[in-house]
Design a protein around this ligand. Structure first.
Ligand code: IPE
Ligand code: IPE
Ligand code: MG
Length: 266
């Protein structure tokens, strides 16, 4: 299992194209309501946006795409909407996985899957297994996912694995137990639909992620809208705690900046 740099322990390499993009796909219901359609019509249209977004990531060379599909709090929705969302998930897996595989996409699903019906659980397992060797793009679907759930399940598993270290656990001890330990931390977080909140998404992993909020509703989030988010990302200065002067000094010297924040050849 690949262990990636923690943004709080080391300064990760950064590039013009974000390596990992994490998206809260919000606004399906409002998109449908505007059209006097049932909310589920918005979810159907949202699946098409997922397809376009995956294609765009492949074209742009983004290596990790993580999509928030169903939060641990979304069970609070009306029962018929929850049921329809589950059916849509099953349907999308059945329909799309072969194509994902042909395009070199590795599929992962993170979240507390134990609450899903056994048929969906085995479909997820089979989809992950059939795409496990792909490496062009890792597509993660967060389903019945909550950032607090993730941290707690990781702490519990770490405590079971290393009980004697109680009181001395480190970030490095915890990291391998987090549900996305196979991916670097997100470079860019996007939330569509106008709300500016995290809604219990990747709480641990977003420590140094750049945030981008747009009023565009998820069903309308097209390639142009995605590119606008990437352009915004490219204009950010990612300091990871350092000063702007440190970054500029290193750039002028043509030297990479070392993990302790000074120019590497200083
Ligand atoms: C996001 O769209 C999809 C899920 C949460 C499953 P919403 O269903 O939250 O759409 P709005 O926010 O009501 O418009
Ligand atoms: C966040 O959207 C979860 C997903 C997109 C899956 P919500 O629509 O559930 O978030 P809140 O309730 O507005 O915070
Ligand atoms: Mg919403």
């Amino acid at each position: 299992m690949a262990i990636f740099t923690s943004t709080t322990q080391n300064i990760p390499p950064t590039a013009a194209v974000p390596r990992h993009v994490a998206i809260i796909m919000d606004g399906n219901g409002r998109w449908a309501k505007k059209r006097f359609m049932p909310r589920v019509a918005g979810h159907h249209r949202g699946v098409e946006t997922v397809r376009d977004t995956v294609r765009h990531c492949l074209e742009r060379g983004i290596e990790y795409l993580t999509l928030f599909a169903f939060s641990s709090e979304n069970w609070r929705r009306p029962e018929e909407e929850v049921t329809l969302l589950m059916q849509l998930f099953v349907h999308a897996l059945q329909k799309e996985v072969a194509k994902l595989h042909r395009n070199g996409v590795r599929l992962r699903v993170v979240g507390d899957l134990s609450r899903f019906d056994p048929h969906l659980q085995s479909l997820i397992q089979a989809s992950e297994a059939s795409t496990a060797e792909n490496s062009r793009l890792t597509l993660t679907i967060a389903a019945n996912y909550g950032g607090r759930w993730d941290i707690l399940q990781a702490v519990n598993r770490m405590a079971q694995a290393q009980p004697a270290k109680l009181g001395n656990w480190t970030e490095a001890d915890l990291a391998p137990w987090l549900s996305m330990s196979y991916a670097p931390e997100p470079d860019l977080f996007i939330r569509t639909g106008g709300e500016e909140r995290v809604s219990n998404f990747l709480l641990w992993q977003l420590a140094y992620t750049e945030f981008y909020f747009t009023d565009t509703l998820w069903p309308e989030f097209d390639a142009t809208a995605f590119d606008a988010a990437i352009v915004s990302y490219q204009q950010r200065e990612r300091r990871f705690g350092r000063t702007s002067e440190q970054l500029q000094g290193a750039a002028e010297a043509g030297a990479p900046v070392s993990p302790n924040g000074t120019s590497a050849d200083a």
